[in-house]
Design a protein around this ligand. Structure first.
Ligand SMILES: Nc1ncnc2c1ncn2[C@@H]1O[C@H](COP(=O)(O)OP(=O)(O)OP(=O)(O)O)[C@@H](O)[C@H]1O
Length: 358
């Protein structure tokens, strides 16, 4: 049994423009201790998926179907009290903006201690000791003195570290990180990602890392799900996805990653924008932006299938993609090239993909 199993999740927002299907029949699972990445452009449904896990979707939104099983209990059938007892203790969340997660009128230390007292029932002294230990673990220098600082006395990177410390304070089994380093500069980003990874190993915490940056996923994750317009378009172990992407959208995302020695003035991005979620294009949602689209792509919606066997998923490690190419629905095939530069001295793989393994 996986730690988290999401099955056929659909989330809709009832807006004046119509019904926005932000998440559409989404299924995935996360094993205990696994680091699972969710990647896609803005509006793909990544945050809505994460909020659903903690039952934090508010009006005008609603989870209209599906199951979310955390440790084999369906979160969607729990009472409000049951969900509240899971939030922050068994499933914790770190958002992009540390400032909104920290209350400016309390010291950083008090806020973390409060979470520990509430969830773990520690007394004041024990909670303070544990907080200082945690601040130290996330590399806040002079943690004991810093305990009494207010959030504004912390730099952006330190605030985010404090939020991570708070999230980990109750030893959650699942940590959801939603763009945890987007607001930070690149050096701090790398340090914080390394710290998240180290802490997750130490506490054996599973991570769902949400980002629009495939490079960040490659750093940290074991498996990855690429989302487009509320649906998964590709799922794979991270190395496979990185070296051998099977969906044209993933290939597009990859060419947006800056690489060492890249002398293009501007990074190439995928032309066009995400479709209107009120009225998705017929067939494959990505077809209006896809360089390989054929007439059939506007008629038939591809299902997410194993690229080797043309069948549905049988194991979490399957490489799945939702493109007609894998059901022989494309006549022209996929022609793209993926060049991945290694940062170490190893041989540099250079692959020509036609969407299939040769
Ligand atoms: N409160 C809301 N009211 C109406 N629509 C919403 C609301 N919240 C989300 N949506 C819809 O859900 C879609 C998915 O949003 P979501 O925040 O999950 O995207 P995302 O992939 O996390 O993007 P980002 O990287 O910008 O956070 C949005 O494009 C929007 O149409």
């Amino acid at each position: 049994m996986a730690l988290l199993e999401v099955e056929d999740l659909t989330v809709e927002f009832y807006t004046q423009e119509g019904v926005v299907t932000a998440v559409d029949g989404l299924s995935y699972s996360i094993e205990r201790g696994e680091k699972f990445g969710v990647v896609g452009e803005s509006g793909a449904g990544k945050s809505v998926t994460a909020l659903s896990l903690m039952r934090l979707i508010e009006r005008p939104g609603r989870i209209t179907s599906g199951e979310i099983r955390f440790k084999d209990r369906n979160v969607l059938e729990m009472t409000e009290t049951e969900v509240r007892s899971i939030r922050g203790s068994e499933i914790a969340m770190v958002f992009q903006d540390a400032q909104t997660a920290l209350n400016p009128v309390y010291t950083v230390g008090e806020q973390i201690s409060e979470a520990i007292r509430y969830h773990l029932g520690y007394d004041d002294r024990e909670a303070k000791e544990r907080t200082i230990e945690l601040l130290d673990t996330v590399n806040i220098p002079e943690a004991k003195a810093r305990y009494s600082d207010y959030p504004h006395e912390f730099s952006g990177g330190m605030q985010q570290r404090a939020v991570i410390a708070m999230a980990l304070s109750c030893d959650p089994e699942l940590l959801i990180c939603d763009e945890p380093t987007t607001a930070l500069d690149v050096t701090i980003e790398a340090q914080i990602l390394a710290e998240i990874e180290e802490l997750a190993e130490e506490f054996d915490t599973a991570i769902q890392l949400i980002t629009h940056d495939l490079g960040v996923i490659a750093e940290l994750c074991d498996r990855v799900m690429v989302m487009y317009a509320g649906k998964p378009v590709e799922k794979a172990p991270v190395e496979e996805l990185y070296y051998d992407p099977k969906h044209p959208y993933t290939v597009g995302l990859m060419s947006s990653i800056p690489r060492v020695g890249d002398d293009r003035d501007r990074l190439q991005t995928i032309p066009g924008t995400m479709p209107d979620l009120v009225e998705l294009p017929p067939g494959c949602s990505f077809h209006p932006r896809c360089p390989f689209a054929e007439e059939s792509c506007s008629r038939t919606e591809p299902s997410l299938i194993d690229v080797e066997t043309d069948e549905g998923a049988t194991s979490p490690d399957d490489h799945l993609a939702a493109c007609l190419e894998y059901t022989d629905g494309l006549t022209g095939g996929l022609e793209y090239e993926v060049v991945v530069e290694q940062t170490d001295a190893e041989e540099k793989p250079h692959q020509t993909g036609d969407g299939r393994d040769d």
